[in-house]
Design a protein around this ligand. Sequence first.
Ligand SMILES: Nc1ncnc2c1ncn2[C@@H]1O[C@H](COP(=O)(O)OP(=O)(O)OP(=O)(O)O)[C@@H](O)[C@H]1O
Ligand SMILES: [Mg+2]
Length: 167
Amino acid sequence: MKKVQLLSRGPAETRALAARLGTHLAPGDLVALRGELGAGKTEFVRGLALGLGVPADEVASPSFVLAHEYQGRLPLVHLDLYRLSEVSPEFLPDLEDYLGGPQVIAVEWAERLGNLLPSDYLEVVLTIIGEAEREIVLAGHGPRGERLLTLAAGEAGNGPGAISNNQ
Ligand SMILES: Nc1ncnc2c1ncn2[C@@H]1O[C@H](COP(=O)(O)OP(=O)(O)OP(=O)(O)O)[C@@H](O)[C@H]1O
Ligand SMILES: [Mg+2]
């Protein structure tokens, strides 16, 4: 598994990193986001949306719905599983259908997918370092996940934004 550790110094940097990734996303790609409340998962999804040509202000934190779908260059499904355990089963989106589907998927609280998580995806782990600083660790799982990591990190994986690069 390839891993790159980056430092973001503000929400705009997080969005810019994600937007670069967004320009490379293809149908069926999965971006799995992890990190505590306020870490920047939704900011990252805003960037993905921008990179896919979706207006960023369309991207909100889904509060009572677990899934939002946006139309850009490709359809983007934004899942937020924070409230997964509070949602009665009849309101649950069919996660398995989404995960096997042709859309690009971005999932917040992706660890809650448990064994529904496929083997090929890009994992993004955000950690709060300071008011505006976030550590962002990208981990490529499977061949497509590793390819997405290379496309997302690009020169940033070796540039001044990088804390270290374990590729
Ligand atoms: N470097 C940074 N990257 C991303 N967000 C940052 C950064 N610095 C500060 N922030 C702020 O942190 C907050 C991140 O909020 P966001 O909704 O993206 O978090 P989240 O991980 O989705 O939280 P939740 O689990 O509640 O959904 C925003 O208010 C954003 O402006
Ligand atoms: Mg969020």
